[in-house]
Structure formats: C-alpha cells, structure tokens
Write a protein that binds this ligand. Structure first.
Ligand code: AMP
Length: 513
C-alpha cells in the first residue's frame, strides 16, 4: 500500500510535517466522555457549593483539578478544552500532576462509573422489544394456559418430586416448579399424539421431558439446558401443537392470520428437522378429525412465494431461521400480533453465529406477552442476559450431560502430521461401518475432503452454508436414509441434526490453512 503513493520522500516528509502541525490526536469515545465529565465537574467546582449539599461539600474537599498532561488526551482533548489556552510550563505541570494524584483516581472512578452504566445499558439491550422498553412494560406473571397436571401429580408431595428429580439427574430452579411427569399419559395429550409417540418407539420420557413438558404445558417460561440427543425437541414441539390446537378450537384462524407459536433455530437444517417432527404429529391429528393445523418452514434458500402462500391461508406454527423471518416481518408479509409462544432452540449457537440483533428485531414484532422458552447446551453470560430480560419467572431445567444420549460417546484424539491427515481419514473410514459424519472447520475443507473421498470411491455427500438449499436437503436426506455412507459438513450447517444409528463422528482440525 505504501508503494502506491506517488510523491517523493522529500515531498512526502514535507506533507507529513504539515499534517503533523494540523494533526489532532484521535481520542477514543470513552476517553472523550471521561474528559467531558471531568470538565463539567471542574465547572461545577468553580461555582460556590450550596451549603446543604453533602455531595457538593465532599467535592469541594478535593484538590483543584490538574491541567492536562501534554501527552494525555484525557485531560485536555485535542487542544479544544478550557485548559488548552492556559499553557502552563512543564515544571508547573509536573508539580500540579504530583499534587493531583487523588484527582486521577477520581477520573478513573468516573470512567468506571461510566463503564458500569454502559454495561447496564447493554444488559437492557437484550430481548425486550423496543415498544416494551419505551413504555416500560414488564410482565410479572406467567401466561395462563388451560392445562393443569392431573390431580395425582398436583398432589405429589414436594419431597417426592425432589426425589424423582434426583433419580433422573434433573436440576431445577425457579418458583412453583410444576411436578415432574414420568409418563406421557400424565400430560393429557390427545390420543393421536400419544399413538404417534409409541409408533416412534418413544415410550418413556427422557429427563428433560419428565420435567420440561409439565413446565411448558403449564405456560411457564423455561430455560432448558440440554444437548442434542436429550429429547429436547419434543419439549417445545408437543406443547406448541397443543397451543395451536387450543387457539384453533377457540377461534378458527382466518386468512393472513397467525402464527400462534414460533420456533427459531440457528440453521436451516435444524429448522427443517424440527418442522418435520411437527408434521409427523399433525398428520395423525388431522386424520383423527382434529382441526387442521398449518405449519410453515420459514428459511432462506427456498422460494419465498411458496412460504407466502401458506401465510396467506393463515399459519398456526412457524419454524424459522432468523434471517428469512426478519425479512418476512420487515416486509410486513407476516406479523406476530397473535404469537404467544416462542422457542429459541440452541440459543447459544444463535448467539455464537451473531443472530442476536436479528432476534432482537423479531422481538419488536410481538404485541403482547408470550411464553418464551430458551434451549441451550450451555449458559454463557450473554444467554443469561437474554433470559433476564425476555423471560418471566422462568423455570430452569438442567439435565446437562446426564440427560443427553451422548453419554455413550467415546472420544479419541489422534495427532496426525498435516500431510497425512486426509490419508488417515481414509484409513479411519475403512475401519468404521457407515454412517460416518465428518466435521470440518470451514467450507473449503468440506469441499476438499468431499472431492477427495469421491475420487477414492467413497459414497460421500457434503453440506455447508455455501451450497444451495436443495443440495443441502438432498445430501441430508441421502445420508439419513442410508443411500450415502459419509456426510462431510461444517458444524454450522449440521450441528443439532438427529441422524439415527450414527456410529462414528470425525472432527478434522486445521486441514487447509
Ligand atoms: P433431540 O434431542 O430432540 O434432538 O432428540 C433426539 C432423538 O431422540 C430423536 O430421534 C427423538 O426421536 C429421540 N427421542 C426423543 N424423545 C425420546 C424418548 N422419550 N425416548 C426415546 N427416544 C426419544
């Protein structure tokens, strides 16, 4: 870049010295604020303190403020402040600086106070909608649903409930936590849904379901700390279907109306998978004569017109990724006026992938209180902030690793020389029965490995964010139904996917630099 400047060294030097004469040192915003606070404080000090104010009295005890040190912009500010015109000698400045040691501490205090204020502000910038923030609306009571646990569960003594939770390795936190339910029949789900569960081989609830389902069905906000494989999807899907049925039965949906409930996922694949689970339950319900519930898969990479057709008819349930959802809402193609149920699935990944602002925008579209569920494998600070502002008296259900199927996973780490990695991968694949999932760090690695495996005759498919949606869907479909042996993928595209009978997952690190 430097070579691109055409001037000779001499002219450049002259120009530089001119620049230096006019140069005003850049002062970061935080420092400028501290300077401004300092300046105002000094102005205040220069006025006589009112006798009644103890704060002013305390301030008047302070030594006089120092003039700015020559190379510290925080005490003078680019020559534009009050002090710039005084121009004391260096000796005077040095003496003043020495005298003013506590003053610096005070300035630091101001900076710290300001930092705290900013942190507090960014806390507020969490998941409340602008309207709620502006009007100061906060909700203090959970939403009421028509659902109540059966009498047997309601009468369960607290000690018994605690004992059950201990047995199932369930940690709970929150006020009036609904009792755990060990049997799907205790959940008062419609018979076609129970039948579907049995057909899927799901006979006994997993720990997150034992506690999570009664919590969600009761209308409570919930933070579920659970991994993929713990059975968490059903914890938000089954109650959502119940919400949609209840709304539809009370007041049938009209064209353009809806949704009543929504699930936001970090990847299109996860959204599609969740949508499929919902559909599996809706079909038998409809066959059994329950009202039709219309779900919508709202993801990018597919034609928006098809999605809009569903919206026009009236949609009960939306499963979405943040980008397309935000788009539909901003274009006013869909609204959340009647939406009273929201799940953020894999919330930690939503934050990791930078969807925080998108989700905040989505929150602005809610018109009334909603039941909010937040599912996450971990609870980093940001997620806690989310939870603090967006959830009402949440119940925290933590099944951690204890409740996840991946307890059975054996992890092995192999250090392989860089050049030998791809050959070693082939060796691994030869030793392992399919299906095998290969995770890579980036798209380039995925393409490279995929191509290599195809050349070696391996039945491999690949997905990453750079491929079009149809390609991604086909790849997963082929892999899930056993037509392809190996799926090479970035974790962005494939985390959270439920792939039956997977035997081996290989994570490749640092392949292409
Ligand atoms: P999830 O953690 O929601 O991604 O679920 C992972 C897998 O667990 C899916 O294949 C579900 O069908 C299965 N599953 C969910 N609940 C149960 C259950 N109670 N018993 C057996 N399998 C289940």
């Amino acid at each position: 870049m430097a070579a691109a400047t055409a001037s000779s060294p001499a002219t450049a030097a002259a120009a530089n010295s001119d620049d230096e004469d006019n140069y005003e040192e850049y002062i970061p915003v935080a420092k400028r604020r501290a300077m401004e606070a300092d300046r105002l404080r000094r102005l205040r000090l220069s006025k006589p303190a009112p006798p009644s104010s103890s704060a002013a009295e305390a301030a008047s005890d302070l030594p006089p403020p120092p003039p700015p040190p020559p190379n510290q912009p925080s005490a003078g500010g680019g020559g534009g402040g009050l002090e710039a015109s005084a121009k004391p000698s260096l000796l005077v400045k040095a003496t003043q600086l020495k005298r003013a040691a506590p003053e610096v501490t005070h300035t630091e205090q101001l900076i710290m106070q300001e930092k705290e204020m900013i942190e507090h502000l960014s806390d507020r910038k969490t998941l409340m909608s602008v309207r709620e923030l502006a009007k100061g609306i906060t909700y203090s009571d959970p939403l009421k649903t028509g659902w109540k646990p059966p009498l047997r569960l309601r009468r369960m003594p607290r000690a018994k409930a605690d004992e059950l939770r201990r047995k199932w390795h369930i940690l709970v936190d929150g006020d009036d936590v609904p009792p755990p339910a060990r049997d799907f029949r205790d959940l008062r789900l419609p018979e076609p849904m129970l039948r579907k569960l049995r057909e899927k081989g799901i006979v006994q609830p997993t720990p997150i379901q034992v506690q999570g389902l009664p919590v969600v069905l009761s209308g409570r906000d919930m933070i579920g700390i659970a991994f993929t494989g713990s059975g968490k999807t059903l914890v938000f899907v089954l109650p959502l279907i119940m919400v949609a049925l209840q709304e539809e039965m009370m007041m049938p949906i009209v064209p353009g109306e809806g949704p009543f409930g929504m699930i936001i996922c970090p990847s299109r694949e996860l959204a599609k998978q969740t949508y499929d689970v919902i559909e599996q339950f809706l079909v038998p319900l409809k066959e059994a004569g329950y009202p039709e519930i219309r779900p919508l898969l709202c993801i990018g990479g597919v034609d928006m017109r098809a999605q809009l057709d569903v919206v026009k008819k009236g949609v009960h349930i939306v499963v979405a990724t943040p980008g397309r959802l935000k788009d539909l809402l901003a274009k006013k193609k869909m609204n959340l006026d009647n939406c009273r149920y929201l799940t953020l699935d894999e919330a930690d990944r939503l934050v990791d992938l930078g969807f925080e602002d998108d989700i905040r925008e989505v929150f602005d579209h809610f018109k009334a209180q909603r039941q909010t569920l937040l599912f996450s494998a971990t609870m980093p600070k940001k997620i806690q902030n989310f939870a603090k502002s967006a959830l009402v008296k949440p119940v925290i259900v933590n099944v951690g690793r204890a409740g996840a199927a991946n307890l059975d996973v054996i992890q092995e780490v192999e250090y392989v020389k860089e050049d030998a990695r791809i050959i070693y991968l082939l060796e691994c694949l030869q030793k392992t029965p399919p299906p095998v999932l290969v995770f890579c760090e980036n798209k380039a690695d995925v393409d490279y490995i995929h191509e290599y495996l195809l050349l070696k005759g391996v039945e491999a498919v690949a997905i990453h964010g750079g491929k079009d949606q149809e390609e991604r869907e086909n790849a997963i479909e082929f892999f899930k139904n056993g037509k392809k042996d190996v799926l090479v993928a970035t974790d962005v595209a494939s985390k959270g996917l439920d792939i039956p009978d997977i035997q081996h997952v290989i994570t490749m690190i640092c392949l292409l630099k």
